[in-house]
Design a protein around this ligand. Structure first.
Ligand code: SAH
Length: 393
């Protein structure tokens, strides 16, 4: 196996088990530069072994798979996937009879940097974010079938948009194992069509499950606006929670179609729900002051650090509009899923928005991602979802 040597002192983050090695930390390669996705051994400048990982061309050059000298083969994937599955079973998320939708592998959070696997009933949707995981996809898929021990029939691979395009891997979305048209999954007793063929992420935003469930508890008798509804997740929980009415808004016509389908799947002939295909800012400008429960769950405003300032301004503007219009005694669920926006950044943006609208605001809950999206303690970057539940006087 090819060896990679680090510059002096560049092993420090690895001694603290951080799973990324940046290209600037590398001093030299044995026998030239590795191929995209190649498994390499990493040595300190003093020639001591420190890690093994997937190489890729880019700012993150190596994603660590192990801090021990071991072989990365079928049995390695099987052991790592088993640890992930055992954890989900032990915390009850993979054994809840009302829920068959959960994340089985959350990248660095499961010590598998570059790999995401979501489970929808008997189908797994697997997503590679690194060339190395792409190259290992069949071995991982087979190991996954074994680990899931009869609980899985299909594995769909969905990496067309998540792999670095310069790597020339030509990934194609499609089933690696099995094949199924049944794409209805259940989340806490509610049914959802999951569009793993064309949908965003793995087809569903699994990460909002606990927050949607909390929303359901606040919905009783309220006039609800679900802004950026996508599959209508929050809307369906609000309807179950006896909301007076629920309006769902998304700029994508496809999302509105999905939302209507999911509402109909759970509540046939529901008259309390209306969905609008419209831009968020336009809708907020003209919506009036009838809502007393508003959800703002926008897409990541900043994908990179450079975009942070603009993103914070986006959050300020968006939240200010909600604060201006929400009824006194109203509740605002507001989120940010941008990884580069910290909890403090986000809270400051929302604070500024509240002050500009001159509303009295109290924080009821501080929300984050659920337990099936664990944060590796050595990789704080893995904490990406932030939410605030606010009571607005
Ligand atoms: N709340 C959803 C996830 C939201 S994803 C859930 O629980 O599943 C973000 C959504 O915002 C996407 O569906 C996208 O189509 C929509 N979106 C992006 N820009 C928008 C805009 N300017 N106005 C309205 N919707 C927008």
């Amino acid at each position: 196996m090819r060896r990679v040597f680090l510059k002096p002192k560049k092993e420090e983050s690895l001694q603290r088990f951080h799973p990324w090695i940046f290209s600037g930390a590398i001093a030299s390669f044995e026998n030239g530069q590795p191929e995209e996705g190649e498994i390499v051994e990493v040595y300190t400048s003093k020639k001591n072994f420190i890690a093994i990982g997937h190489y890729q061309i880019g700012s993150i050059a190596i994603r660590v798979l192990s801090f021990q000298q071991e072989t990365i083969d079928y049995s390695f994937w099987q052991r790592r996937l088993q640890i992930a599955y055992t954890m989900r079973k032990s915390i009850g998320i993979a054994t809840d009879p009302t829920n068959n939708t959960y994340r089985l592998v959350h990248g660095e959070g499961d010590n598998l940097s570059g790999l995401i696997i979501d489970i929808y009933d008997r189908t797994a949707v697997m997503q590679a974010h690194s060339p190395g995981m792409h190259l290992s996809r069949m071995e991982i898929a087979k190991a996954l079938m074994e680990v899931m021990d009869g609980h899985l029939d299909n594995i769909y691979y969905k990496s067309e948009t998540t792999l670095p395009f310069k790597a020339d891997l030509f990934p194609e979305n499609g089933f690696l194992i099995g094949g199924s048209d049944n794409n209805i999954a259940m989340e806490y007793g509610l049914k959802f069509h999951v569009d793993w063929l064309k949908g965003q992420k793995t087809g569903f935003f699994v990460d909002q499950r606990e927050n949607r469930s909390l929303l359901g508890k606040y919905a009783e008798g309220r006039t609800v606006l679900n802004m950026f509804c996508y599959t209508g997740g929050f809307s369906v929980y609000a309807l179950r929670g006896n909301a007076k009415s629920v309006d769902s808004v998304d700029s994508s016509a496809k999302a509105i179609e999905l939302t209507n389908q999911n509402v109909a799947l759970n509540f046939p002939n529901e008259s309390r729900h209306t969905a609008y295909a419209e831009d968020a800012f336009k809708f907020l400008d003209k919506m009036g002051d009838r809502y007393d429960l508003i959800i703002l769950d926008p897409p990541a405003f900043a994908k990179h650090r450079d975009a942070l300032r603009n993103a914070l301004q986006g959050y300020r503007k968006l939240n200010a509009k909600a604060f201006e219009k929400i009824k006194p005694g109203g509740i605002l669920f507001t989120f940010s899923c941008s990884q580069v926006v910290t909890k403090d950044n986000f809270r400051t943006a929302v604070f500024t928005a509240a002050a500009s609208a001159k509303r009295k605001v109290r924080i009821l809950h501080q929300l984050t991602q659920p337990a099936d999206h664990p944060i590796n303690i050595y990789h704080p970057e893995g904490e990406y979802l932030k939410g605030l539940v606010l009571y607005v006087e």
